[in-house]
Design a protein around this ligand. Structure first.
Ligand code: MG
Length: 372
């Protein structure tokens, strides 16, 4: 039987432990005639440093900021499109012009709405995330609850976040490491012929534990294994995407021999990928811009856990909007890599903060952001 809006809200509030909480829901529902209004604005993020990984360098990232308004309440969202993912201001704008949310009059019907969004086109993952995030923010605001409460997660269990050191000249790398004094874990971008130089440079200024990301840069499995033993000796605790994402067999070979966990990032985009790759990796890196947003990210977290996999929660270069959205999943992950908003100089939101290196959720409803 189809659940009514009122019974859904009652069930959700009970699931969220509403009775024991000091929040009161905003009962803006039930008027019957309200429509969701969707708006979007292209925006360009300026990076504090030129950012170099194995495949490219850049100093800006295109994003599209989104809003869904319902009964006078606005949910915020964001699509971030680093160029290597194949989306742009143009593709996201084209996608959003096809979206008609006014056909729905209940924002709580996430499955219906997001299935409709997913079926508009088979690509456009970041564009879809921009709608998914705004919808989750809206629902949290309508219930006057932070998402982590609605999901039943413990906000005191958030992890430290890594802070990413891009590939660069030794003096710049040393400077970046010094700027990252607050962080307990540093993430090193590898996958070029300067990998050992990068590690030695970082080790000349800090002995903090490191995570590493080769971004598919290593071409040979034996070379990759030798590097993993070297990195293990140097205090690297986990590696992302050592080799080409399509080379599943060599990753499976590497997984059997590696001294540290191997995480699929480029090799695992969405829920449907996990059964295909789970034998070849110890874990997956979930990112909202790959997963099409929070709804599927939550499902990926659950499936990965059911399969005994590790989970990393990552990001693109994003404002505090998408970072805050992801941070509500962070109490449930092994590693958080949510430094995207810290790498930009023109953030437009205030949201989840990094305090003393740790992802720190606030008590605001929804994803917990306000415009600056
Ligand atoms: Mg990665």
């Amino acid at each position: 039987m189809k659940q009514t809006r009122k019974s859904f809200l009652t069930t959700s509030l009970l699931a969220a432990g509403y009775a024991a909480l000091p929040f009161k829901p905003v009962f803006a529902l039930g008027k019957g005639s309200s429509k969701m209004k969707f708006r979007f604005t292209p925006y360009t993020l300026e990076l504090r440093h030129v950012f170099t990984i194995a495949s490219n360098s850049r100093s800006t990232t295109p994003v599209v900021l989104t809003e869904i308004e319902y009964d006078g309440i606005i949910g915020y969202g964001e699509a971030s499109m680093p160029p290597y993912l194949g989306e742009s201001h143009q593709t996201v704008t084209d996608f959003y012009k096809k979206v008609n949310l006014e056909q729905f009059n209940n924002p709580f019907e996430l499955e219906n709405i997001l299935t409709y969004i997913d079926n508009i086109d088979h690509k456009n993952c970041a564009a879809k995330a921009g709608i998914d995030i705004a919808l989750h923010d809206l629902i949290g605001k309508l219930m006057n609850q932070p998402l982590y409460n609605i999901w039943g997660f413990d906000k005191t269990k958030t992890p430290n976040t890594t802070y990413t050191i891009g590939i660069d000249k030794p003096d710049v790398v040393r400077q970046k490491v010094k700027e990252a004094a607050e962080f307990k874990l540093l993430k090193v971008k590898l996958g070029r012929d300067t990998d050992k130089e990068m590690i030695e440079t970082i080790r000349s200024v800090t002995d903090k534990p490191l995570t590493a990301d080769a971004n598919q840069g290593w071409k040979d499995k034996q070379f990759a294994l030798d590097m993993l033993h070297y990195l293990h000796e140097k205090g690297v605790v986990v590696i992302e995407q050592p080799m080409d994402k399509d080379n599943i067999d060599d990753h499976a070979w590497l997984k059997e021999r590696s001294p540290i966990p191997i995480i699929a990032d480029e090799g695992c985009q969405r829920l449907v990928d996990i059964p295909r790759i789970h034998h070849a990796y110890h874990g997956i890196n979930i990112k909202l811009m790959k997963s099409t947003g929070l709804r599927e990210a939550h499902k990926m977290l659950d499936l990965a856990r059911a399969l005994g996999m590790k989970v990393m929660l990552g990001c693109m270069t994003e404002t505090s909007c998408a970072i805050s959205a992801a941070s509500h999943l962070s109490p449930m992950v092994d590693w958080a890599d949510l430094d995207g908003a810290l790498l930009i100089s023109n953030d437009v939101y205030d949201g989840t903060k990094v305090i003393d290196g740790r992802v720190t959720l606030n008590d605001r409803p929804g994803i917990g952001v306000v415009k600056k």
